[in-house]
Every structure is written in structure tokens, then in C-alpha cells.
Ligand binder design. Structure first.
Ligand code: DGY
Length: 318
């Protein structure tokens, strides 16, 4: 009997085509809006393969309700939505989509950095409201980017790509964590303690995965170390930052601003965040280019098909 694949949301066409052409029975939740947890569990009951999103919580109860599950293929590089230990204990393979969204996510981090430092969303609203009455010396003054110090927390693939894009802006690059030869040889980046990075950076960009060790990595004490003129950029995962502490820091002008693509209680925002002028908010669109999402779709589908076919899969997390 053919195996079953459950896809929790429609993906770009290239991935859907691959799925349709496969020998497996495919059940697709066609709506862009998520299923209720109860329906999700029901639909996954017969699945041998699950292709899911970073917003689908694949916890022990989910896996226990899907006894045939052989593979969970996440349509994302991050996989903190999946209980890896439980999957391992049940012999379920878990795959992700590394590499293909690296540059795209780094691009968004820069977009947020520019947007908040040069006050682009504020300027746009200003223009649309007909407030532009002429060039003024003090209108919408923001922060220069060139010549400043850029701090990278988490110099993995995305953090490295982000740092490399600073070429041309003549920036001093600091990073924390494991030594990174590319950053040191290409940018003369300095590997420093996080404390030093926070004290000396004009822009701090987060690129760490969400783990127990990175939960609330940036909170009240860390904001206290940052310069009052510094900006925080988060395209990693929301809970890496204590969102209430961030709101307090922004309100009290402890830091100059923030550019966020991810949120602690996603998709909910901590009350007060949207009232602030010195924050730019994006709806978790780090990998959201037409090209990248299409490549991710093919990769997520291939990961699932390969495991179900008993073939090797290089994107296995476990
Ligand atoms: C990922 O793939 O983990 C990103 O957060 C998607 O934008």
C-alpha cells in the first residue's frame, strides 16, 4: 500500500509539482491559514511523511498521535518547533532546508538595519500623510551605517553572509562564539566576548538558533550594556530576546532602535511594541523571496520523498 504524506500548508508550485508526481498519497491542507491543533492531529494520523512549517508545533503529543510517521520535513532551516529528542526516541527522521535561504535572510537583516537606522518606514508614512513641505536640515535624521561597528551574535551561515555584506561600508566587525576564519580573513573581524560586543557595537545583529542556552540571550542586563545610539536587529528567533525588556529599552531610549522579523510570542506581539516609532517590524519574512521560497519547497519535498523511499538525505537533522 502506498505511503501517505501530509502537507500542512500549500507551498510554491515547484514543490507541489514534485509531490503530485510522486508515488505517494498526498493530503494537502490547501488554506494559507493554519489548521486547528485538533484537526492537524487527525489529518496527521495516517501520515508516514509530514511536511510542516516553523509555526507548526510538532511536540511529543503530535508524534504520538501519528504512529506511522517516518519523517518530519520542516519548510525552514530552524527546527525549534520540533521536539528533536522525542523524534529521535521514536526513530523519526527530521529534515530542514539549510543553505538555500542564507543570503535571502541576510538581505532582510540588512533591509531592517537600513530601514530603522535611516527611518525609512517613518519617512514613508510622513510622505503619505502629506507632511513634506520642503527640505529641512533636521528632517528625519538617522544614523550613518558606514564606518560603524557591527556586532554579530551567532556567526554561523547566515551571520557570516550578513557580515560579508558589510563590505563597502568600511565597518569594524565584532563577533562572539566560535572562531570564524572567513570573517577574520575577509573582514579582519574580531572574536570577542558577548559583553564586549554589546558594549562596543553600533549595530547588534542576532543569528543564533533558539535553544535553551539562547532563550532570552538578550534581556534587561544586555540592553543596559548597549550604547544608547545602538540598534538591535533580530532575524533569528523571537524568544532569543526578552521582548518586554526590549520594549522598555526602546521606550526609555536605552537603545536607539530595533529591526525585528521575529517575535517572542509569534504571531502575537507584546503590547506596546507597535506604539513605538523606533522599531521596524516585519512579519517573519526572512526567507520570503519568490526564488528562495520556491527552492525551499523543492528541498523540503525532496527531503520527505528521499526518506520515505529509503534513500539518503543530506538535510537530516537527526
Ligand atoms: C527559517 O527557515 O528558519 C526562517 O526563519 C524562515 O524565514
Amino acid at each position: 500500500m502506498a505511503k501517505n504524506i501530509f502537507l500542512s500548508r500549500p507551498l510554491p508550485e515547484a514543490g507541489m509539482e514534485l509531490l503530485k508526481q510522486s508515488e505517494f498519497n498526498v493530503d494537502i491542507h490547501w488554506d494559507e491559514e493554519p489548521l486547528s491543533r485538533e484537526t492537524m492531529l487527525k489529518r496527521a494520523q495516517k501520515a508516514h511523511g509530514l511536511i510542516c512549517l516553523l509555526s507548526d508545533i510538532i511536540d511529543p503529543a503530535f508524534m504520538d498521535a501519528a504512529p506511522h510517521l517516518e519523517v518530519i520535513s520542516n519548510y525552514a532551516v530552524g527546527y525549534n518547533n520540533i521536539d528533536i529528542d522525542h523524534a529521535k526516541s521514536k526513530g523519526i527522521a527530521v529534515c530542514n532546508t539549510p543553505g538555500v535561504l542564507t543570503i535571502t535572510t541576510a538581505e532582510l537583516a540588512w533591509a531592517l538595519l537600513f530601514a530603522v537606522a535611516r527611518r525609512i518606514p517613518e519617512s514613508d508614512i510622513f510622505m503619505r500623510n502629506g507632511k513634506f513641505t520642503g527640505w529641512k536640515p533636521m528632517l528625519m535624521l538617522g544614523s550613518s551605517i558606514h564606518g560603524k561597528t557591527l556586532g554579530i551574535i551567532g556567526a554561523g551561515q547566515i551571520g557570516t553572509a550578513f557580515a560579508l555584506m558589510s563590505k563597502g561600508y568600511n565597518m569594524r566587525i565584532l563577533y562572539s562564539g566560535k572562531p570564524n576564519r572567513i570573517l577574520e580573513s575577509e573582514l579582519h573581524a574580531e572574536n570577542v566576548e558577548m559583553h564586549t560586543l554589546l558594549c562596543e557595537s553600533d549595530f547588534v545583529s542576532l543569528h543564533v538558533p533558539l535553544r535553551n542556552s539562547t532563550y532570552h540571550l538578550i534581556g534587561k542586563e544586555e540592553f543596559a550594556l548597549m550604547k544608547a545610539s545602538a540598534y538591535l536587529i533580530n532575524t533569528a528567533r523571537g524568544p532569543v530576546v526578552d521582548e518586554q525588556a526590549l520594549i522598555n529599552a526602546l521606550k526609555e531610549k536605552r537603545i536607539a532602535g530595533a529591526g525585528l522579523d521575529v517575535y517572542e510570542y509569534e504571531p502575537k506581539l507584546t503590547p506596546g511594541l507597535t506604539e513605538l516609532d523606533n522599531v521596524v517590524l516585519a512579519p517573519h519574512i526572512g526567507s520570503a523571496s519568490i526564488e528562495t521560497r520556491s527552492i525551499m519547497a523543492v528541498m523540503a519535498v525532496k527531503n520527505c520523498l528521499n526518506i520515505l523511499r529509503g534513500k539518503p538525505c543530506k538535510n537530516r537533522v537527526i
